[in-house]
Ligand binder design. Structure first.
Ligand code: GLU
Length: 388
């Protein structure tokens, strides 16, 4: 059977594959401790759910404008101003069906076949495959462990070529949890202005920072002409299944994405948009409470991982992933890949992790700690039985 050439450039998302495998095993009755999916274990806050239900009850089940309802676009712009000090207006907003849809719109609309996109590694798997899908090349820049998975401007500059079209930054980073300093964002923005590149910023975890103040490059002077801000409500508000994301972009870029979206998905789900308005405009205490819970869980899992022989893990500054270096464990077990170790942990201990190969970091495993403390404790106990 003949497939389009572009289909051969990508594979099923490594994170999505782990999630479906875990779901399959659970359905078979396997008792798993699941550190796989990057998905809050909290229910969507009640006020948000109630707004979605009310919208359904009021028969808000028809099309909305492709870009999203006026109410949601205004709420996104207002929340971005409140949380990050930016100055976007409703007309700068495109509502998308989840965060990765916004990124796909942006990469498809702004990056050409043969272009290069600078991508820090480790990276979230869909960045790499979306870039490949449009025929461009991800040019990897190492965010090294010794530097706390941060990035140097010099390394980004060295990766620039005449083919570079965009630089993609993701802070806090999935999978490392590293938070990039505002100075680096400012320097990369200046570089993008100088070389007429797009700065793609995935802010999916921007509210989930433990010490730094939430930051968006979109609030920097001059960013509105150069930066494409991709955001999501999934993690911040425990709304993964609602599939609501957004893009903030300059007019021509937004128009291109809107045209693409008008021919592909159309509007994001209508009653989910109503829930999203409540999430962004209603009380924010659930976000604060969930972040406090993630902080406690972070301490638990990082200490537990560091106590395992052959495993070391830095304290993530944001998001809810522990990115553990397992090279010592691989050596002790006579294994050569994190993937082998992930399989062993699943088979022998029923512990689900995501192998680092998926994120361009083959010496690591990613543990999502958006799980209850007792689940984390049980998982650590199981890990000890395999890695003792
Ligand atoms: N972003 C989450 C993760 O990295 C959810 C799965 C996905 O969309 O990749 O686990």
């Amino acid at each position: 059977m003949r497939l389009a050439a572009r289909s051969a450039r990508i594979a099923i998302s490594g994170t999505a594959a782990v999630m479906s495998e875990a779901a399959r095993l659970k359905a078979e009755g396997r008792d798993l401790v699941d550190f796989g999916a990057g998905e809050p274990d909290f229910a969507t806050p009640e006020n948000i759910t109630a707004a979605g239900i009310a919208a359904l009850a009021a028969h808000n089940t028809k099309y909305t404008p492709t870009a999203g309802t006026a109410a949601l676009r205004a709420a996104i712009a207002a929340a971005h101003r409140r949380d990050f000090g930016s100055d976007y207006a409703a007309d700068d907003v495109l509502v998308t069906s989840g965060g990765k849809h916004g990124l796909f719109n942006a990469i498809s609309s702004l990056v050409d076949d043969g272009d290069e996109v600078i991508l820090p590694a480790p990276y979230w798997v869909s960045f790499r495959d979306q870039i490949r899908y449009v025929g461009a090349t991800p040019v990897l820049v190492e965010a090294g462990e010794a530097a706390g998975f941060s990035l140097s401007l010099a390394a980004i500059e060295r990766a620039l070529t005449p083919r570079t079209r965009a630089i993609l930054l993701n802070s806090p980073n999935n999978p490392s949890g590293a938070v990039l300093p505002p100075e680096l964002f400012r320097a990369v923005l200046a570089l993008c202005r100088e070389h007429r590149l797009w700065l793609l910023s995935d802010e999916c975890y921007a509210r989930l920072v433990y010490d730094a103040r939430p930051y968006s490059v979109g609030a920097e002077p001059g960013a509105r002409e150069r930066a494409i801000i991709c955001g999501s409500l999934s993690k911040t508000y425990a709304m993964t299944g609602w599939r609501i994301g957004y893009v903030l972009a300059p007019p021509a870029a937004r128009a291109a994405m809107l045209a693409l979206q008008s021919h592909s998905t159309g509007n994001a789900t209508t009653f989910a948009q109503a829930g999203a308005v409540e999430a962004l405009s209603g009380p924010q205490d659930a976000v604060v409470a969930m972040l406090a819970a993630y902080r406690e869980r972070r301490g638990l899992i990082v200490a537990g991982l560091n106590a395992l022989p052959g495993v070391s893990c830095q304290l993530p500054a944001g998001a809810f992933y522990a990115w553990a270096n397992v090279s010592g464990a691989l050596t002790r077990l006579g294994m050569s890949t994190a993937n082998e170790l992930a399989q062993k942990l699943l088979r022998e201990a029923g512990v689900v992790t995501v192998p680092g190969e998926v994120f361009g970091g083959p010496a690591h495993l990613r543990f999502s700690y958006a799980a209850a403390p007792e689940v984390i404790a049980a998982g650590l106990q199981r890990l000890r039985t395999v890695l003792h």
